[in-house]
Write a protein that binds this ligand. Structure first.
Ligand SMILES: Cc1cc2nc3c(=O)[nH]c(=O)nc-3n(C[C@H](O)[C@H](O)[C@H](O)COP(=O)(O)OP(=O)(O)OC[C@H]3O[C@@H](n4cnc5c(N)ncnc54)[C@H](O)[C@@H]3O)c2cc1C
Length: 616
């Protein structure tokens, strides 16, 4: 049985080379002409080796050791992180998606997503240390003044400096508009930042020569609420030439004691308490903070999905491998025979049920995440090549629509799959000597950070779908699904295609009904349904990409010579798809009927009823 991370390299290759056919569809684009099959495969294999040999072995030990704030204010990271950081930095992984013209490797987004899946899957606490470097790089390229870009971007691309996002405060979590951190204009172009942020991932460490804090704060006199927030870049050490390297008075006040992700220092950070913390306004105009951070937040939401997928995939593979070795019970088809042979637990129907739920969910989530990243990969190429069939606006719109679904559904599934992994391992899964209990502790945060999963559901239903009033985005998605399937479909899957079309119709009908609730003045009822609507959406999307995968796998299977090793892989994919459509897709119907039933007592009841008689 494997002792640490397991990479799903075969399925990753299937998704890239077969389902998305990136060799012909993507690597032929002008933006990627410096790449070919060999360079991409080398990068995948090099990443898998780094994940297996360097990051995976530190997964459990870094959890046991954790990070610690020392009396002198320095942070002690888990053993091995410093060396792993040096190898990661020298390996150039940070520059994967940075264009070649700017010194990066210029890989398509879909390939860097596959690479990130393995890195996050092997050691998410380590990966979180560099999590905001590339997103800040692109944020600065989009909004930053030229001198700020020149001062910061090159060091982020090489990981000489790192970055953190500082939004959350003790009284401002989901309610970002309550942020109290202040920014006082100075006589030059700088601001003095004062306030406390908590739960800041990788908030303090000495791996990098400097840390750039992306701080949301309110300029004195600015409006209240989100409209008055501005975005500042606050370096840990000053960056102007005359005082370069001087202390900028950013302090780590304490490290949070967390249930998981213990190797990553999650910090409470104080700005401007013991001297002035200088910050630079992002862009030319104030009060644009939230708008500016949108693209970076969306990127972070997708990375949350990547992290979720990496861990869920490994949890599945560890469980499958355990179930293939653990012997318990006898052959169920010979239930009444005393001579029934003892079997491995993978033979039992209920263990297969768990493994197949994990397998089809992981494969569906991977196919969906990569599909989104595949659309994103055309965005740099769009200037060079025109796609009349699928113009850039259409791809952007699909990415926007998919982002909250990927964040929320993949993170919920990572938690579900970790739980199933514990169940498959039985009592051994509950022991801390195994890995899977740590998976559950580590992935739980994914449904909380980067906007809780409820906020994702509300974003989908309210902001993307206009509470069901504007279904243009759904129209575009539906057209994309039907167009792509028309090219891929095989007659043997006509029953599944029909099921998908019915599910799409149920989703459309449900959304139409939501708008009726809004017209009756009952937005609260619509928001009560938001989480179910997101799940309906996710199941429809998974149905789509899994059906596409089934067609790809069936074609590949039919061209395999008998006895070829890959046959079982393709047949396993067909098994996943059939399981998804028979066991999980029916949830769309369930969610639609719960919503249609419109039980409103939950929102109508007085708050006392939830609490009275329950609390001592
Ligand atoms: C390990 C870890 C790392 C983190 N890293 C960072 C970081 O690097 N930078 C950063 O800025 N933050 C970070 N965070 C903070 C994280 O983003 C917040 O915890 C998250 O936004 C939720 O805020 P909260 O904890 O205050 O919960 P609350 O906002 O208090 O939410 C509590 C519950 O109420 C629900 N709720 C709240 N408001 C509403 C509403 N209007 N309608 C319906 N339901 C609602 C929520 O969905 C949730 O279920 C991190 C958190 C953790 C645990």
């Amino acid at each position: 049985v494997p002792v640490n991370y397991v990479a799903a390299i075969r399925d990753i290759e299937f998704a890239l080379w077969q389902q998305l056919a990136i060799e012909t569809n993507l690597l032929t684009q002008v933006a990627y002409e410096h790449l070919d099959v060999v360079t991409v495969n080398d990068a995948l294999k090099r990443t898998r080796d780094f994940a297996l040999d360097v990051l995976g072995p530190l997964y459990q030990s870094s959890d046991r050791e954790g990070a610690e704030l020392l009396p002198d204010g320095k942070i002690r990271l888990p053993q091995g992180f410093e060396e792993a950081w040096r190898l990661y930095k020298d390996g150039g992984w940070a520059g994967l998606s940075i264009p070649q013209s700017e010194g990066g490797l210029g890989f398509p987004y879909v390939v860097s997503t596959a690479i990130q899946e393995m890195l996050y899957g092997a050691n998410p606490a380590f990966m979180t240390l560099s999590g905001f470097c590339v997103p800040l790089y692109f944020l600065l390229k989009k909004y930053g003044r030229a001198e700020l870009q020149a001062a910061i971007c090159p060091s982020l691309a090489t990981l000489d400096w790192t970055a953190c996002l500082c939004m959350t405060e003790p009284d401002a979590g989901s309610d970002v508009g309550a942020i109290a951190t202040r920014a006082r204009p100075l006589n030059d172009d700088r601001y003095a930042i004062t306030g406390t942020k908590h739960f800041i991932s990788a908030g303090s460490h000495d791996l990098a020569a400097n840390i750039v804090y992306v701080v949301l704060a309110r300029i004195e006199g600015a409006p209240t609420g989100t409209a008055g927030l501005s975005c500042f870049l606050v370096p840990r050490y000053r960056i102007e030439s005359e005082e370069s390297g001087a202390d900028n008075h950013v302090r780590c006040l304490r490290l949070e004691n967390k249930m998981g992700m213990k190797g990553c220092p999650t910090a409470q950070m104080g700005f401007g308490e013991h001297g002035e913390s200088f910050g630079y306004l992002l862009g030319e105009k104030p009060h644009r903070g939230l708008l500016q951070l949108r693209s970076m937040m969306n990127q972070a939401r997708i990375t949350t999905g990547v992290f979720a997928l990496g861990m869920a995939s490994s949890a599945y593979l560890l469980s499958a491998s355990y179930a293939a070795q653990r012997v318990q019970g006898t052959n169920q088809r010979m239930a009444f025979s005393v001579s029934a042979p003892r079997v491995r637990i993978v033979e039992h129907a209920d263990v297969r049920r768990m493994l197949l739920e994990m397998k089809c969910t992981v494969e569906g989530c991977r196919a969906l995440l990569y599909k989104m990243a595949y659309y994103g990969s055309f965005i740099p190429a769009a200037d060079a090549v025109e796609h009349p069939d699928s113009p850039p606006w259409r791809r952007r719109l699909l990415i926007e629509l998919l982002t909250p679904v990927l964040k929320a559904y993949l993170s919920d599934q990572a938690w579900r799959i970790s739980e199933l992994a514990i169940q498959v391992h039985g009592g051994f899964g509950y022991l801390i000597d195994g890995l899977v209990e740590q998976y559950a502790r580590d992935v739980k945060v994914l449904s909380i950070w980067e906007g809780t999963n409820y906020l994702q559901a509300a974003d989908l239903l309210r902001d993307k779908l206009g509470f069901g009033k504007r279904l243009t985005q759904l129209d575009v998605l539906e057209r994309q699904i039907l167009d792509e399937l028309a090219d891929a479909m095989l007659p043997e899957f006509a029953d599944l295609q029909q099921q998908l079309v019915t599910a799409l119709a149920r989703l459309r009908e449900t959304l139409g009904n939501e708008w009726e609730w809004v017209r009756k003045g009952r937005v609260d009822v619509v928001l009560l349904h938001a989480t179910r609507v997101l799940r309906m959406f996710a199941h429809v999307l998974l149905g789509w990409v899994l059906l596409e995968a089934a067609c790809t796998a069936a074609r590949a299977r039919s061209s395999c010579a008998e006895g070829q090793e890959l046959i079982t892989f393709y047949e396993g994919k067909l098994l996943s798809v059939r399981f998804f459509f028979s066991h999980l897709m029916p949830m769309v119907e369930l969610d639609a009927s719960v919503i249609a039933h419109a039980e409103t007592s939950l929102v109508d009841a007085s708050t006392d009823r939830l609490i009275e008689g329950m609390l001592p």
